[in-house]
Structures are given as structure tokens and as C-alpha cells.
Design a protein around this ligand. Structure first.
Ligand code: AMP
Ligand code: GLY
Length: 426
């Protein structure tokens, strides 16, 4: 079988690494990919936003399955375009992807179907939004851009002035362009966060898996938001009771609600949750696998990824087993100096094969030069996934791997999975 995977980050390297273990795949192509995906398949020089080129390539090359991994092309309707051209595709329709592409649409859906989430009100007029803000206690609201904003569209203001600035910035000054033409003011929740994933095909929801990711640049969760600095799983607070509650109160009702709204979902549903004193509540939904979570999810997935994607592409997930390992995994990301601000690229990276003795190395922003030297090409450069009997062992493996890798200005957080160690018997 010929499979075409769309995307170029660490998530896509992890998916490509997993696909490469599927015996039925004869050719794995990645558009555009990175230096890591080139080791397990063949990169194709087409960008994720070049939809017409992707469709034409898939037709000409007689691709059996296209897998669309990133949010933007999914929300922009690439999966619909591929399916309309008769190509078997893994990934949701643009209609279903509104669950990520519009936080207001998603919030309306949750309210209509009583899916637990923060109480939220939508605004497109800054004056009315600020007036509403005044009626609530200081620091009790979160400001959210309606549309996609590369993970930066949520602001948690501590003062009334910060709240007003966030509202004005988004609604009047177009901080996120079209994406912030409307906003949600959501009640601020507290509690530990988990990213929960399940494969979904209409009303059918596969076994779910929970992980935790780290979004801030600095240790102790300080500083700017990033695309993600690391992840671990399973979370120390994740119990069977909680999993059951999330499944029956959130995942299954959401899949059903989407079917009811003529927006049947097919792909990976990702629920960002906060485990509050009054139970798990949705922070946001995404319509795809998470990055960096996928870099631990793929090593934890015991079933064949190709078989799962094909079964969803052919609307028969109910005939397919999805099994996750519960063995602990930790993933640590190395980033370029200056990230998430500006940074240099083209910096030589060493030690990757030594790191691979401790864990699995997943590339994100990497490329090779004409002499086959490995160079940085992005902010998040690469990372190492460690596994073990305990979370401490998995953490030690990931950090031993990271210690082998070196490039000028390399930075990483030293506290990934640290909070999960308490209570660990090790
Ligand atoms: P999102 O992009 O929606 O995942 O939000 C980014 C981060 O903002 C989340 O991981 C949470 O830490 C925080 N956040 C978003 N919404 C809320 C909320 N209603 N209450 C508390 N924190 C939130
Ligand atoms: N882990 C955050 C994201 O993928 O959006």
C-alpha cells in the first residue's frame, strides 16, 4: 500500500515512525516532512497548504491512503477535497473540524448537548465584552480567540486592565487576524490538565488514552507559550473511574452530538481537559493528534496505525481493535536559542545516534545539508521519548538521550514529568 502523510513536525515523524512498522505499507511518502521522516520514508516537496498539488500528487501516484495530520489543512477542508476526488483519507471534514476551528461553535455544541465545559459568552463588540468583564470578579475570566491561532489564542489576564487590553487587542486590533474577529470570555477553571485522545468514526469511539503536555517555555510553567516542550503519560492522577467519566460524559456524547449536527467526525478527537473539583471539563477540542503528545502516543500504540487509519477511512472502526500500552513514557523537546521568539537555523546537530541508545529520537525542525550533516531548521528541533517500568525510568531514559544531543544554543526544560514522580515507588 502507498500512504501519503501530510505534515512536517515531530508529530508527523512519530506517525511516520509508527507507519513504518506496518507490514502492509510498501511506500511511505511524507509531504513535506523533515530529516527524521526521510529516514523512515520519502519526503515530497509539497507544502501542507498546497491542497490542489496534494490532490493531484495523490491521484498521479495512486496513493491508497492520505493521512492529514496538522490542524490548518483539516480546518481548511483538505480531507473533503481528497475524498471528493475519490481518495481514501484519514482526517475529519471541515464541518466536523469546526470543533477545533471555531471555539464559539464548539462551545455552542457543548452547551446544547450538556458536555461539561467552562461557562462562556461570545463577543464581537469590545465595549460589550469589557462591560461583561466588569461584571465578573478580577482574574476570573479567560479570553479566547474564536479561530486557529497557532496555540497562542488564549490569554489569562490577572487584572482588569490586562483583560481590557486582551479584548481590545483581539477584537479591535486584530491580534490574530480573522481568528480573533470574535472571542469567547470563559470562566477560568483550576485543576490538573490532561490531553485525552481517541480515534472516532461517527458515533464509534475507540479506547482512549491520556497524557500531559507542557506548553510554557520555562521550568515551573513560566514564560511564553510554545508549541509544546514535552509530554508524559499516563498522568499520575488518571484513574479508571476518571477515564470512564471522560468517556461517557465527554467523548461519546461529543461524537454523538457531531453526528446529530450533520458533522460526523472521522479521525482523532483530542479533548484538552481540566480535572476540576466538580469533575473533568473540556478546555478545548482539537480535531487531530497533539504535538508533542504524539511523540509518546505512537510508542504507546500497540495496534497497527495503518489498520486503524484505513478502518476509519473506510468507515469501519468498529471492526478494528485500538490498544494502548499503559507503560510510562516521557518526551523531552530540545529547542533553538530564542524560541518561541526569533532564532537562528542551519546550526549543526550532533549526538542523535548516541541518543537513540536511550530512547526514540523524533525530529521536528531538522534538515540535512548536501554533505548529509544534520542541521536545525525550526524552533522546536527534536526530542527524545524514553520508556520504562516506572515514570522515573522513562524520564531518566529521555533525559539520558537528550544529554547526548548537542547544538549551539540548545535549550530544554529539565522538569518534564517531574511532578508525576511523587508517589512513584522508584
Ligand atoms: P487552549 O489553547 O484552549 O488549549 O488553551 C491554552 C491553555 O490555556 C490551556 O492549556 C489552559 O492551561 C489555559 N486555559 C484555557 N481555557 C481555560 C479556562 N477556561 N480556564 C483555565 N485555563 C484555561
Ligand atoms: N499539544 C497541543 C497541541 O497539539 O495543540
Amino acid at each position: 500500500m502507498k500512504v501519503l502523510l501530510i505534515g512536517s513536525g515531530g508529530r508527523e515523524h512519530a506517525m511516520a515512525w509508527k507507519f513504518a512498522q506496518s507490514p502492509k505499507i510498501t511506500e511511505l511518502l511524507i509531504a513535506p516532512g523533515n530529516a527524521g521522516t526521510a529516514e523512515v520514508g520519502t519526503n515530497v516537496d509539497i507544502g501542507v497548504d498546497d491542497h490542489a498539488d496534494i490532490v493531484e500528487f495523490a491521484k498521479n501516484e495512486k496513493i491508497d491512503l492520505v493521512v492529514v495530520a496538522p490542524d490548518q489543512p483539516i480546518v481548511d477542508g483538505l480531507c473533503d477535497l481528497l475524498r471528493q476526488s475519490g481518495i481514501t483519507t484519514f482526517g475529519p471534514s471541515a464541518a466536523a473540524a469546526r470543533i477545533e476551528g471555531s471555539k464559539i461553535w464548539s462551545d455552542d455544541l457543548m452547551t446544547k448537548y450538556a458536555i461539561p465545559t467552562a461557562e462562556s459568552v461570545a463577543f464581537s463588540d469590545s465595549r460589550l465584552a469589557m462591560e461583561y468583564g466588569r461584571s465578573k470578579p478580577t482574574g476570573s475570566l479567560v479570553v479566547k480567540a474564536d479561530g486557529l491561532a497557532a496555540g497562542k489564542g488564549v490569554i489569562l489576564p490577572e487584572t482588569d486592565d490586562d483583560l481590557d487590553s486582551a479584548i481590545i487587542g483581539m477584537l479591535d486590533h486584530g491580534a490574530f487576524g480573522k481568528s480573533s474577529a470574535s472571542i469567547l470570555l470563559a470562566q477560568r477553571m483550576t485543576g490538573p490538565e490532561a490531553s485525552v485522545f481517541a480515534f472516532v468514526d461517527g458515533e464509534h469511539v475507540s479506547a482512549e488514552i491520556a497524557t500531559c503536555d507542557y506548553k510554557r517555555i520555562g521550568e515551573g510553567d513560566v514564560g511564553l507559550n510554545t508549541g509544546g516542550m514535552g509530554a508524559y503519560g499516563p498522568p499520575e492522577f488518571w484513574t479508571e473511574e476518571l477515564a470512564y467519566q471522560v468517556r461517557t460524559e465527554i467523548l461519546e456524547p461529543t461524537a454523538k452530538a457531531l453526528v446529530n449536527e450533520n458533522s460526523s467526525f472521522s479521525g482523532v478527537l483530542y479533548a484538552g481537559l481540566m480535572i476540576t473539583d466538580s469533575g473533568p471539563k473540556v478546555i478545548e477540542f482539537n480535531c487531530r493528534l497533539g504535538d508533542p503528545e504524539t511523540q509518546i502516543l505512537m510508542p504507546m500504540l500497540e495496534s497497527d496505525l495503518l489498520e486503524i487509519c484505513l478502518s476509519i477511512g473506510e468507515n469501519r472502526l468498529d471492526t478494528q481493535t485500538v490498544m494502548w500500552s499503559d507503560s510510562p513514557h516521557t518526551f523531552v523537546v530540545a529547542v533553538s536559542d530564542g524560541y518561541p521568539g526569533s532564532y537562528d537555523t542551519g546550526v549543526e546537530i550532533t549526538g542523535v545516534s548516541e541518543a537513540a541508545e536511550h530512547g526514540v529520537v523524533f525530529h521536528a525542525g531538522t534538515k540535512t545539508d548536501d554533505d548529509e550533516a544534520l542541521l536545525t531548521s525550526g524552533g522546536r528541533v527534536l526530542g527524545v521519548t524514553g520508556s520504562g517500568e516506572t515514570i522515573s525510568e522513562s524520564r531518566n531514559a529521555a533525559y539520558s538521550g537528550i544529554a547526548m544531543i548537542s547544538f549551539a544554543g540548545m535549550k530544554f526544560r529539565r522538569d518534564i514529568a517531574e511532578r508525576a514522580i511523587q508517589g512513584d515507588k522508584d
